[in-house]
Design a protein around this ligand. Structure first.
Ligand code: ASP
Length: 419
């Protein structure tokens, strides 16, 4: 199947899954054959296998690909420059995203006049988010195998960068090992290709299951919250990135958005930036023309430290919860939300639901009741899927912009509609 047909098939799988899941939810969930057998077993098992097989590729792919990329860069200076640009772009866009969300939420004022009794409240006990000091200490793995086994992205990135640098410094021996790594890289990329062929089935099962289980009643009291988050996500995804892409790279924005749809669907159906890393790396390299030396570094880094969509949810949720509890937010509070939401995204992994843990941190910071999170949990799964799609789009936009500025972007590939 060529790439265009595959994208269409994945898109169709998502649409049909969404409709079928919705129909199951409304009409058929009382029948055991649908709820237990189809949704609870068949779709659940296939969906989980699909997610596991994506996750299976993350650690080997990031390690091998990043070692190749660093060794190919050949200079520590370049690496420092890449890291600096990535950090600036990722933190800058996250701060922009949360500011946009706060602005929109302050105008629309979701949650005002909210009837606390009408919401379906689920309990929520936030896990501790790591402190900034601990995040910095954790950058260097005391045991790289443990970091890999636990899928910790930042220490894995540091370890892979160091191996790549050592390969460059090791002369002849390094050259031989680099060749080997390049071969492994070609093989692991092939694995991504194989997996993508299974994507229509995997996406269909995941989406059908989620929509079948998602109660739509919970949306009613939360419509204003849901729509403000959705609108801010759309504005950031379509407008902010387009402007940044145009200003900093001069590249065609439509091409970028078109070529991102497949990655976005992966992110949407898995709700995990981490699980989407293999597909995002492959897409930025093979279809957007970014050199491996940039994509192998900035995509996994972005999956961990860049969460614009998540930051948007936090901005809107903060205003929503403040409105529900009738608490005024001062300008200092708003600035504090921007800072905390931006920094919180650095230390937390791109996995489903992590945004709520970060939100607990933000609410604590401005003295809002953390129990307020229980109000919005009911609609969080769908919002998680949408914000993850924006998160991965931000990672790719940053990667393309940085690659262009480093002369590491092949415009013939980027502009070719057939690839
Ligand atoms: N699921 C999101 C991600 O993986 C994080 C979140 O917003 O919960 O990027």
């Amino acid at each position: 199947m060529d790439s265009k047909k595959l994208t269409t098939a994945i898109l169709l799988a998502m649409l049909i899954g969404g409709i079928l899941g919705g129909v199951f939810n409304v009409f058929f969930m009382e029948y055991a054959i649908i709820s237990d057998f189809l949704v609870g077993n068949v779709f659940h098992v296939i969906g989980q296998i699909f997610i596991s097989s994506l996750k299976m590729l993350v650690v080997p792919l990031v390690f091998i690909s990043l070692v190749c990329g660093t060794a190919a860069l050949g200079e520590i200076n370049k690496l420092g420059r890449l890291g600096g640009k990535a950090l600036l772009f990722y933190l800058g866009t996250t701060a922009l995203a949360v500011s946009l969300a706060l602005g929109l939420a302050l105008i629309v004022a979701p949650g005002q006049g909210f009837d606390l009794g009408s919401a379906e409240v689920q309990s929520f006990t936030p896990k501790e988010a790591p402190s900034i000091a601990q995040t910095i200490i954790n950058l260097v793995p005391d045991n790289p195998i443990k970091a890999m086994a636990e899928g910790q992205m930042l220490p894995l990135i540091v370890f892979s960068l160091l191996i790549g640098i050592a390969i460059v410094m090791a002369g002849e021996a390094g050259k031989r090992v680099e060749q080997q790594f390049n071969d492994y890289n070609a093989i692991i990329m092939q694995l991504v290709v194989i997996l993508m062929k299974l994507a229509p089935v995997g996406v269909f099962c995941l989406i059908t299951k989620t929509f079948a289980l998602q109660g739509f009643e919970v949306f009613k009291p939360l419509l204003s919250y849901f729509f403000v988050v959705t609108a801010a996500l759309l504005i950031h995804g379509l407008v902010s990135y387009s402007i940044l892409l145009k200003i900093f790279s001069g590249l065609n924005v439509k091409t970028f958005l078109k070529k991102m749809s497949e990655v976005q669907i992966f992110a949407f159906s898995t709700a995990s930036s981490n699980a989407t890393i293999p597909v995002n790396i492959k897409n930025t390299e093979k279809r957007l023309g970014v050199d491996n030396s940039v994509a192998s570094f900035t995509i996994p880094l972005g999956a961990t430290i860049n969460m614009d969509g998540t930051a948007i949810m936090q901005g809107v949720a903060t205003v929503f919860i403040a409105n529900v509890y009738n608490i005024d937010l001062s300008t200092a509070d708003l600035l504090s939300v921007i800072l905390t939401a931006t920094l919180a995204s650095v230390g937390t992994a791109g996995v489903p639901g992590v945004g709520l843990i970060m939100l607990a941190m933000v609410l604590n910071q401005v003295g809002l009741p953390v129990e307020g999170i229980a109000l919005i949990i009911g609609v969080d799964r769908i919002l998680d899927m949408m914000r993850t799609a924006i998160n991965v789009t931000g990672d790719a936009a940053g990667t393309v912009i940085i690659a262009k500025s480093e002369g590491a972007l092949n415009q013939d590939i980027y502009n070719n509609p057939k690839i």
